[in-house]
Structures are given as structure tokens and as C-alpha cells.
Design a protein around this ligand. Structure first.
Ligand code: FAD
Length: 388
């Protein structure tokens, strides 16, 4: 076993660190206060070609694996950009996997290069208010009319819909009561986010204000049949294909955020003098910090192994889910400990850890909850009966 990063992976980490250094804590604090998509940050990554890290070279990407993408996304979050920085890029990294794997050559030529160049911004529209995690119950429908579909329905929590020019959307093309298998009858489209037919309402939320999340109301949006990815009725299968990779990237982002929080906490513990000595001399302060480091190390190994399995083309569902679960919890605990280590100052925005703490809830909740991950492990790994 070789646990070291390759020279290329180290180089990725260093290059990402260099870009992120141009966007300091004050930048992210401002973005968190004022909101507004971090366009300059996104453009900096596009300019250096990072937005196509996982897209094949034939379409202008770098053709690297999830291991490299995870190194990149950990470095982004760890720089202090946290989930704000990571979410501003996340969709570019693996979001268009269904197009890469199931799209036609013509679609790939048309859809991928503008995304890599940063000219298109895409959002991912799956979640619906009345379906929640029971995705197969989604009601947004796409009705075929000649060489186009008319798409209507409601989505919720759709990130970057304020700025997106494109969306990857899952919609029902055959009613649920007319399919033989529940997983059939959904189709996937990558199409223009045409605001003449779409109303977007931003959701005021706990953290990550720089990257908007929204309610989206779609009213008879005309979608050319040429924008349907793969076969009609198989969209759910296409979404599932990229699920493990997405879990791994979220895990890496959560670890990066946790490490950013721990770095600040350890520095503060060394500097803050109370009772005539640094608070970090007390074991009551040291031990939680040391425990969080152990958690983050364990999480790193878990997601790196899952990424390695994925890149080898081996089954990795259990490892990717375990990594998403464990790393999200580890990131959250590190952020919580960082706030507590700062005492009252942990509650002040100026010290940044309260922002990390708010953001650390996100990898726990999305794209799938801890409960459902544990259901998956119970059922698929431990052989227990399906509980839902
Ligand atoms: C900031 C943010 C950004 C997001 N961005 C996007 C996006 O860009 N695109 C998109 O499509 N979605 C997005 N989401 C949605 C996200 O993926 C969902 O919130 C998530 O999948 C959970 O769905 P839900 O909120 O409807 O929870 P629900 O399905 O309502 O579940 C609520 C709770 O009940 C639990 N629960 C439900 N059923 C069971 C069961 N059988 N056993 C045990 N527990 C159960 C869940 O685990 C959860 O804790 C985003 C969410 C957030 C918060």
C-alpha cells in the first residue's frame, strides 16, 4: 500500500492553494455578509482550466480521476473558502457526469466546453418540495410535443439558480402509475435556464450565503428533444451513476472545512492567554482538538480509499457512503470544537469559525441525509431488511 499523494496530486494541491490565497478570509466573510455569487473566484478557476478536471480531454477537460478532484475540493474548502468556495465550483467538477457518460458526441461537444470555460453556469434540479428524499415521487413533468418537450413543475433547494444559464433537470416523462418499475419513467435534460418560463425565489438560509439556494417554478418551459440526455425514461439510472463520486467530493470538502476550523482553533489556543497561560496548555482544550485531528485523518483515509476504488472501476458504494457520512460528521465536530475553543470570540464573525460551523451542517444534510446513508449501509452492507 502506498498512502502518499502522487507528484501530480501534490502539484494540484499546491496550484489550488495558490489560487485560493488570492481570496482571503476577509473576502469570504464579505461574501457571507452580502451574499452574491463569487464570480471572480469562479472565473479564476476557469481561467486556469480547473473546471474541467474530470471531463475527458477530447472535450477540453483534464481527464483526471475523482481522487484528483477530491484533492482539489479539499484544498478549496481547507483554504478557508469552506463550503461557499466549494459549492461555487462543485457542479462544474462532476455535475455533468451524465452528459459525459450517457450524452451523444454532439451533446458533449455542445455542452461541455462552455462549462469548462466558465461561460455557462449550471444548476442541478432534482429535489422537490413534496418528494424530499423519495426522489421517485417527483412530479415535475416533461410532455413530448413534436421535437420538443414542455416542462412544468416545482423544484426546491436548487443551488446557483440565481446565476445559472443552464440546468440539469430530472422530470417525469411517464406517470408513476404507468411504469413497470418505480425507477423508470424519469428523464434527464440539460437545457437553457430560460427565465421567461422559470421563476426563481431565493431561500434565506443558515449559511453559505454566497451560493444561493432557491425555489424554482417552471411553467411550460420548451426543451428541445436534442437536450434530453440518453434514453427517455432512464434519467434516474443516469443520476445514480454519478452518486458515489458526488459523495466522495462532499466528503473531501467536509474534511477541508474541518481542517480549516481546526487550524484556526489550534492557533487561537496557542495565542489566547487566560489565567496567565495559553488556553492550549490545558488538556481540556488540547484533547478535543487532538480528537478532531484523529477524526479528520480517519475521514481522509476513508474518502481517499473510496476515490481509489471509484477510479479503479471497482464497486465503492459502501465506502463512498461511509466516507460522506463520517467526513461530514468529522467536519461538523471540528467546526463545533473550533467555536468552543474560541469561547465568546467563537461567536463573533471576525474569527470566522462561526461561519465554518454554520457551513459544516451542509455536508451532513445534502445531497443525502445521515439517516438514509445509515439505511443504505444497514441494507446493502449488513444485509438487513429495507426499512423504507
Ligand atoms: C443548502 C442546500 C443546497 C442544496 N442544493 C441542492 C441542489 O442544488 N439541487 C437539488 O436537487 N437539491 C439540493 N438540495 C436538497 C438536498 O439534497 C435535500 O435537502 C436533501 O436531499 C434532503 O431532502 P429533504 O430536505 O426534502 O428532506 P426529507 O426527505 O424531507 O427528510 C427530512 C428528514 O427525515 C429523514 N427521513 C426521511 N425518511 C426517512 C426514513 N425512511 N428513515 C429515516 N429517516 C428518514 C431524513 O433523513 C431527513 O433527516 C440542497 C439542500 C440544501 C440544504
Amino acid at each position: 500500500m502506498d498512502f502518499s499523494l502522487t507528484d501530480e496530486q501534490e502539484a494540484i494541491r499546491a496550484a489550488i492553494g495558490k489560487i485560493c490565497a488570492r481570496f482571503d478570509d476577509a473576502y469570504w466573510l464579505r461574501r457571507d455578509r452580502e451574499g452574491g455569487f463569487p464570480d471572480d473566484f469562479h472565473r479564476a478557476f476557469a481561467a486556469d482550466g480547473w473546471l474541467g478536471i474530470c471531463i475527458p480531454q477530447a472535450f477540453g477537460g483534464s481527464g483526471l480521476g475523482i481522487t484528483e478532484a477530491a484533492v482539489m475540493m479539499q484544498a478549496v474548502a481547507q483554504s478557508g473558502a469552506g463550503m461557499s468556495g466549494a459549492s461555487a465550483l462543485h457542479m462544474n467538477i462532476f455535475g455533468l457526469n451524465p452528459v459525459v457518460v450517457f450524452g451523444s458526441d454532439a451533446q458533449k461537444q455542445r455542452m461541455l466546453p462552455p462549462l469548462i470555460a466558465g461561460d455557462d453556469k449550471a444548476c442541478f434540479a432534482v429535489t422537490e418540495p413534496d418528494a424530499g428524499l423519495d426522489t421517485l415521487r417527483l412530479k415535475t413533468k416533461a410532455v413530448r410535443e413534436g421535437d420538443r418537450y414542455l416542462l412544468s413543475g416545482q423544484k426546491i433547494w436548487i443551488s446557483t439558480a440565481q446565476v445559472a444559464s443552464k440546468m440539469l433537470i430530472l422530470a417525469r416523462t411517464t406517470p408513476l402509475d404507468q411504469v413497470t418499475k418505480r425507477t423508470e419513467g424519469l428523464s434527464l435534460f440539460y437545457t437553457d435556464f430560460d427565465r421567461r418560463y422559470i421563476e426563481v425565489r431565493e431561500i434565506e438560509k443558515m449559511g453559505r450565503r454566497a451560493v444561493d439556494s432557491n425555489q424554482v417554478f417552471i411553467d411550460e418551459l420548451p426543451v428541445p428533444a436534442a437536450d434530453r440526455i440518453g434514453e427517455e425514461g432512464r434519467g434516474f439510472e443516469y443520476i445514480l451513476h454519478g452518486m458515489n463520486a458526488e459523495r466522495i467530493l462532499i466528503a473531501a470538502e467536509a474534511i477541508g472545512l474541518g481542517r480549516a476550523a481546526l487550524r484556526r482553533a489550534a492557533r487561537y489556543a496557542g495565542e489566547r492567554i487566560v489565567f496567565d497561560r495559553p488556553i492550549g496548555r490545558n488538556q481540556g482544550i488540547q484533547h478535543p482538538l487532538a480528537e478532531r485531528w484523529v477524526d479528520l485523518e480517519a475521514g481522509t483515509l476513508l474518502y481517499q480509499r473510496a476515490a481509489w476504488l471509484y477510479d479503479q472501476g471497482k464497486p465503492c458504494g459502501a465506502q463512498a457512503n461511509a466516507a460522506k457520512y463520517f467526513c461530514a460528521e468529522a467536519g461538523y465536530r471540528a467546526a463545533e470544537t473550533a467555536v468552543l475553543t474560541h469561547g465568546g470570540f467563537g461567536y463573533a464573525k471576525e474569527y470566522h469559525v462561526e461561519r465554518y460551523f454554520r457551513e459544516s451542517m451542509l455536508p451532513r444534510i445534502a445531497p443525502i441525509s445521515p439517516q438514509l446513508i445509515l439505511c443504505f449501509i444497514a441494507e446493502k452492507v449488513l444485509g438487513l431488511p429495507k426499512s423504507y
